[in-house]
Design a protein around this ligand. Sequence first.
Ligand code: DAH
Length: 330
Amino acid sequence: MTSNLETQLLALREEGEKAIAAADTLESLEELRVKYLGKKGSLSVLLGGMGKLPAEERPKIGAVANTVKEALQTSLDRQRTALEAAKIQAQLEAETLDVTMPGIYYPQGRVHPINGMIDRALDIFVGMGYTVASGPEMETDYYNFEALNTPPDHPARDMQDTFYLPDGNLLRTHTSSVQIRYMENEEPPIRIVAPGRVYRRDNVDATHAAVFHQIELLAIDEGLTFTDLKGTIKVFLQAMFGELPIRFRASYFPFTEPSAEVDLQWNGRWLEVMGCGMVDPNVLKAVGYDPEIYTGFAAGFGVERFAMVLHQLDDIRRVYASDLRFLRQF
Ligand code: DAH
């Protein structure tokens, strides 16, 4: 009986050590631990038979059982350490970075020259306390013309022929419509810049496009004068082009009175760069502002025009052609 139990214990040890040494994952190792040393494992089952032994034999068998248990535990620990090390090693090898391999090429996008120009202009105005505003490209006749003091029979409409939609709406000819929309929803003081796409029924050539971009400027407050307009435009143009001579030339726009064109001396020639003026009292009345209390100034300029001057472009169509040889230069 004694020798039988002892033999069984020693056999268990041999079998267990072999199985543990052969375990190739931490999961199967854990299964073996449960199988041999767990509460209901083989060792417990064997020791359950101890009670039937004569009292004097129990200490001896107990001692054997202990050595078997320790031996199995030692094997488990050793195998666990080995498997963990192997796992880390495999991970290191899998994650090795070969810096001599050719990289994967991701073509890098860049800002289109028109958007770059808009960003630059907005930055300057935001620096002067202006807020960026926007409005729809499809407009009603009211916002594009009438509210801007340009009734249906007004001759100034001839210069801004556009695309009319079947429902009577139109594609806006300028960003000035944003002035009206903004003023309708806000109260003075107002300082906004509004960039956006505009449309004209123009014949396309080197300096004209049927779709182009403008940036509108509007300031309304108590006591604003032409001096404020001049100062603002000057700061803006000098931030944009550098310290170049500029001049204000009397002009006409239905929505400003007085109105002016601004010229910039560029490479020895005077270049017309923007239209501006003091907001016409009729425009203020159209949005319910009292022109006896509020005055303001407005300006509008073409983004493509600025880009052509600054980047010395010979043809406006280049900025729409999506020719990478051209676009990569910016
Ligand atoms: N809307 C005018 C155009 O497209 C440009 C312009 C002129 C805007 C004078 C203004 C302004 O705000 O005051 O030709």
